[in-house]
Design a protein around this ligand. Structure first.
Ligand SMILES: [Fe+2]
Ligand SMILES: [Fe+2]
Length: 150
């Protein structure tokens, strides 16, 4: 079981909600592992995490673009590395679930998420705060898109 660390909050509501949801989805995967890891359940939990992360990255990238954040390319490369990693994991898991050390994978995912939020996501906060009115307006639309991303 992992807990959301308030120190990871960015102060941008739509993003903080996404990050908390990602932690919740990772917790769902950890619970499945603790319960003895049924491969079908684990595959569903990994797919849910991947889908939500993909939606979150899209929302974050849209907001970065909107406020003209200069580190966008580098940030997107980080997101792409995660997307590629998740794709490989899903592929490997579909071929031979027994080969995958899921606890190792979930530790890696948690570490990646914490580091990414604490360093890369934190870096765009000042720029987004400068454009807070724009971000607030765009966030309303992004929240209403959440159901499509799920
Ligand atoms: Fe993020
Ligand atoms: Fe990010």
């Amino acid at each position: 079981m992992i807990y959301w660390d308030p120190k990871l909050e960015t102060g941008i509501a739509v993003i903080d909600e996404d990050h908390k949801t990602l932690f919740g989805l990772l917790n769902a995967l950890l619970r499945i592992i603790d319960d003895g890891e049924k491969a079908d359940d684990a595959a569903l939990a990994i797919a849910a995490l991947n889908d939500y992360a993909t939606g979150h990255f899209k929302r974050e990238e849209a907001l970065m673009l909107l406020c003209g954040y200069p580190g966008q390319d580098r940030h997107e490369r980080d997101h792409n590395a995660f997307r590629q990693g998740m794709k490989s994991l899903q592929h490997l898991f579909s071929i031979n679930a027994g080969m995958v050390n899921l606890r190792g994978v979930s530790d890696f995912l948690l570490n990646w998420l914490q580091q990414h939020i604490a360093v890369s996501d934190r870096a765009y906060v000042p720029k987004m705060q400068e454009s807070s009115a724009l971000i607030a307006k765009a966030s309303e639309n992004l929240i209403s898109c959440t159901s499509f991303d799920l």
